[in-house]
Design a protein around this ligand. Sequence first.
Ligand SMILES: Cc1cc2nc3c(=O)[nH]c(=O)nc-3n(C[C@H](O)[C@H](O)[C@H](O)COP(=O)(O)OP(=O)(O)OC[C@H]3O[C@@H](n4cnc5c(N)ncnc54)[C@H](O)[C@@H]3O)c2cc1C
Length: 393
Amino acid sequence: MRSITVVGASLAGLSTVRALRAEGYDGEIVVVGEERHTPYDRPPLSKGFLKGDIDVEELALGDADEYEVLDVQWLLGECAVRLDPVARTVTLAGGRHVRTEGVVIATGASPRTLPGTDGLAGVHTLRTLDDARALRAELLDGLPRVVVIGAGFIGAEVASTAHRLGLHVTVVEALPVPLERQLGREMGLVVSSLHSDHGVQLLCGTGVAELIGEDRVTGVRLADGRVLPADIVVAGVGVRPNTDWLAGSGVQVDDGVVCDSGCSTGIPGVVAVGDVARCPNPFTWRHARIEHWSNATEQAKTAARTLLTGVSVPAPLSAPYFWSDQYRSRIQVAGYVAPGAEPEVVEGDVDSRIFTAVYRREGTPVAVLSLNQPKFFNRLRRTLVPAAAAVAS
Ligand SMILES: Cc1cc2nc3c(=O)[nH]c(=O)nc-3n(C[C@H](O)[C@H](O)[C@H](O)COP(=O)(O)OP(=O)(O)OC[C@H]3O[C@@H](n4cnc5c(N)ncnc54)[C@H](O)[C@@H]3O)c2cc1C
C-alpha cells in the first residue's frame, strides 16, 4: 500500500497516522478534516477551556516537529462527501477526487440539536473548538441563567463549569434517573447528586416542550408546563455518528460504521476507528460505539495493523475506560455496566463522594466506578472480565 487517506482530523485520525508510521508505513498519507484546525483535544472543551483556564494552544494534540516527522498532507477545512471503494477515491465537497489505496474512516460524531432552534441566539451544543469558543464567550460574559438540557456526562460537565463561573444553572433530564444507562440506577443517582451537592437544580423525568425567544432564547418551556428563564441553553442530548458521506459506498452503516473486531469494514483497504466505529466488544457483548478518548487511541493501533497487513487483527482485550470531571470530582469508569450487574462499594463511602464500586454480574466483576479514588480504581480495573465471560462462567 502506497497511499492512505484518513478522513477525520481529530484524535482517532491522528492516532491512526501515528500508528501507521510506528508500524513502518512510509507511503503517502493524506488527512482530510472538515474543521480548519489541526487535531486538538476535546475533553478540556467542557472543562478547563470552557472555564477560561486553558488557552487554545494547550489543546493541540501534536506539534510542528511531530507533524514534520509524520509527513502528512493536511486537507483541512475540507469535507469528504463520497467514498468510492472500487475507484479508490474519496471525493471532497469542492469536487476534488483524492485517489487512495487505503481509507481510514475517523469522522467521529456530531451533537444532536433541539428541533426548531436553528438560528436562535444563546442556544448551544458542544463538540468542536468553535462550539466551545462560542459558549465560553457567553459564559464568561456573565449571562447569569444557564439551562442545560441533558444530564449525561457532557451536560453535567458544562453545568459544573458554568456553576464554577458563578452562574445560576438548572439541569433538565428527560429520564427519571440520569446516567442510568451508563452507571445503572443506584450509581446514576449517586453521581448525579453532585449537582444538588453544589446547589445546582436538577429536574428529572421531564422533557422540553419548546424554547422561548424571538431572536435570542429567553426561556425553556418544559413538557409539564413549567417555564425556566434562560439566557443560555446548552443541549447535551447525545450525538449521531458522521456517516452520511458514506451513502452508496457499500460500507455498512448502522448507528456508526459496522466493523469486525479488527476495525475492518469488510471492504478491503477500508477501516474505521474512534467514535464512528461500531465494533464487537467483548465487554458490551455486542457491536458498540465506544465514545471514549482512550478507545480512539487504542483502536487506532488495531486499525493501522489491519490496514497494512490486509488481515483483520482483533484488538487486544482491554476494558473500555473513560473519566469525567465535575464539581472538582473525578469520576472514572472502566468496563461495561451490563444489565443486571450490581454495584458494591468496596472502598470509601458514597456519602463522602470518595468511593469505589465494583459491578458484578453472576459474581464476576464486569465494571468499576470510582469517585475521587484514582489509585484504587487503577488497581481494580485490571481485574475486570468481559461480560460475555461473566455470563459463560
Ligand atoms: C466536550 C467533550 C468532552 C469530552 N470529555 C471526555 C472525557 O472527559 N473523557 C473521555 O474519555 N472522553 C471525552 N470525550 C470524548 C472524546 O473526546 C472522543 O471520544 C474523541 O474525540 C473521539 O475522537 P474521534 O477522532 O473518533 O472523533 P471526533 O473527535 O469527533 O473527530 C472527528 C473529526 O472528523 C471530522 N469530520 C466529520 N465528518 C467529516 C467529513 N465528512 N469529512 C472530513 N472530516 C469530517 C469532524 O469535523 C471531526 O473533526 C469528550 C468529548 C467532547 C466533545
